[in-house]
Design a binder for this molecule. Structure first.
Ligand SMILES: [Zn+2]
Length: 585
């Protein structure tokens, strides 16, 4: 996809390379302030003072500082785990077959990453060391969820889930790719490449014909029936080729099934419209409001984040199912020899290797223009990091409330298109360090900013669970309460820190200060050590719907303007005439 090169506009190369009744008795004491958050799960149980028990648990976590954002609980307790669930929380003594002494450590609900495209074994291992217990793709996703869930069944370290992908569905319908080629976000770059190879980029460059539009909706409908967690769209990569009615129809689809619409909106940093506007965000927000639909705004740092954040907060205050997400990085990651960085172009694009481009050999700015051009000549495929966003924003982002934290990293593949094996040495990982250090990085920065610990625990674990609970998922996760599934992250509040850097050889370094991570009661990080080969990850998925038929009918004709007109001729409904590839400039 071509981009406007009149300014340093490299985001295209990156983001992709870049989803009651309450027993709680202290609802009013919500640390995350004015917004009501309790009552989203029928399993909410704020009882942290059970009496001691003589029962022998599978695992007990003793002496830890138990933190639960939903109940706003923060106190030293012992936790008993049985059959993969938190059975008991008490100040009394308990015993277990396995004992974890969590003295001086926080015992928190496992971190839920709402936006990742990395389901490969080594990438999951890095994320486990960063405290992650669940990875979801609510933004890119897959064309066929059965293929995705079958592939990771009993074959995933962490809990996993995906929505239906707009671009993958479009590549099936409009570029002739197969569902097998387009049903694992880990291989999204390959899927994009396959379309390129066929010289068929209709998914990104063409407006769907009325028939294709119908096919796209039918594939989504099938995906919803198959249990996809979200309706996704990365239409920020499709420029002007996605008419507003296509997005409106996808949001109606999400509403039809009462699920979230996950949006990488248009007019973000990769396009030629002003970067600091949130025009694309307004489009999906308007649809969500009209439909009373659920909405996730992906990586709001790309769409004028202060404004997008305020939109989220104001709608949250009104009780709407809407949340924002961000990932902690100011860098884009193009190849060093990408056209915009070649000697004749880089100055035109306002690039300066000594002020904004990181030398992968040192992890610091290039020493000189000469050393930059020398590396460009010598290793044109080398990935470099370019500062795309204001550095001070990183510190501001950690202050945002009730926002999901994600990494949004696409899996690093070998030149043969293979994933790194699980036992890869971390020094061999060459992808974005964010994959190894999203949560540790945010916790470290939040500490430096003096934020209360509960603030960050809330965002890391509870925000996604809270919002997904409203539509029937995550009712027993994202909470450190009796009766919840034992997805647990144990970290040291002063020592939790990132170790991965931008330097080659250090990008996969595991985060520090997170000695224990438990997925469904199984330790995937045990006293800081790996437990290679374990696959306790569970699918996050809606129940499959078998009755009824796949249909693109969105059942709300009464709202369509022509529904009021007697004898309206449907054939006069206007679609733009598709002119393939007429959007390149
Ligand atoms: Zn994106």
């Amino acid at each position: 996809m071509k981009v406007n090169t009149s300014r340093l506009n490299l985001m295209i190369l990156l983001s992709a390379s870049a989803l009651a009744l309450s027993a709680c008795n202290n609802m009013s004491k919500n640390i995350n302030n004015e917004i009501q958050n309790v009552g989203t799960s029928p399993y909410t149980n704020c009882s942290f003072d059970a009496s001691a028990s003589s029962e022998v648990f599978d695992t007990v976590i003793i002496n830890g500082r138990v933190m639960d954002p939903e109940c706003d609980f923060d106190g030293q307790r012992n936790v008993g785990i049985k059959n993969g669930e938190i059975a008991l929380i008490t100040a009394g003594e308990i015993t277990g077959k396995e004992v974890i002494d969590a003295k001086d450590h926080v015992v928190a609900p496992g971190f839920i990453n709402t936006h990742s495209h990395s389901f490969a074994p080594f990438e999951q291992r890095m994320m486990a060391h960063d405290g992650t217990t669940t990875i979801l793709d609510t933004e890119l996703g897959v064309s066929n969820v059965n293929i995705f869930y079958d592939k990771y069944k009993d074959n995933s370290l962490l809990n996993y889930g995906s929505g239906i992908s707009h671009e993958e569905v479009r590549r099936v319908v409009m570029d002739g790719l197969t569902q097998e080629q387009t049903s694992d976000p880990t291989f999204a770059t390959i899927s994009r490449g396959l379309a390129e190879k066929k010289n068929s980029r209709n998914w990104s460059l063409s407006i769907a014909t009325p028939n294709q539009h119908e096919e796209i909706l039918k594939m989504y409908d099938q995906g919803m029936r198959d249990g996809a967690i979200t309706v996704n769209s990365t239409y920020g990569y499709m420029g002007y080729s996605v008419p507003t009615y296509e997005i409106f129809d996808l949001q109606k689809m999400a509403k039809k099934y009462n699920r979230y619409f996950g949006a990488h909106t248009r007019f973000g940093t990769i396009e030629s419209l002003p970067k600091n506007y949130s025009l694309g965000v307004r489009e999906v927000v308007a649809n969500a409001v009209a439909l009373d639909g659920a909405l996730i705004l992906s990586h709001i740092q790309s769409q004028n984040w202060p404004e997008s954040y305020e939109l989220c907060r104001r709608f949250q205050e009104q009780g709407k199912d809407m949340f924002c997400e961000y990932y902690p990085s100011i860098y884009g990651t193009p190849n060093i020899a990408t056209p915009q960085l070649l000697p004749d172009k880089i100055k035109l694009n306002n690039g300066d290797p000594t002020k904004m481009i990181i030398d992968p050999r040192t992890g610091k700015y290039f020493e000189s223009w000469e050393s930059f051009f020398a590396l460009q000549k010598e290793k044109p495929a080398e990935v470099v990091f370019i500062e795309m966003r204001d550095k001070k924003w990183e510190k501001q982002w950690v202050h945002m409330k009730d926002i999901a934290l994600a990494n949004d990293v696409i899996t690093t593949l070998t030149p043969e298109g293979k994933v790194l094996p699980e036992d890869t040495d971390p020094s061999e990982y060459g992808g974005h360090p964010r994959n190894a250090r999203t949560y540790s990085y945010i916790f470290r920065m939040a500490r430096e900013e003096g934020l209360p610990l509960m603030h960050t625990v809330y965002n890391a674990a509870y925000t996604p669970a809270k919002y997904f609970s409203k539509v029937g998922l995550f009712q027993k996760r994202g909470r450190l309460q009796p009766g919840m599934i034992a997805d647990i992250t144990i970290f040291h509040p002063e020592n939790i820190a990132d170790a991965a850097t931008l330097k080659i050889g250090e990008r996969g370094f595991f985060s520090k200060g997170i000695p224990y991570v438990m997925v469904g009661g199984s330790l995937v990080v045990n006293n800081g050590k790996d437990t290679l080969g374990m696959r306790p990850g569970q699918p996050i998925r809606y129940d499959v719907i078998t009755e009824g038929e796949v249909s693109s009918e969105l059942n709300d004709k009464k709202y369509q303007w022509h529904a009021d007109l007697p004898g309206y001729d449907e054939s006069r409904h206007t679609y733009p005439t598709p002119k393939p590839h007429d959007h390149e400039h």
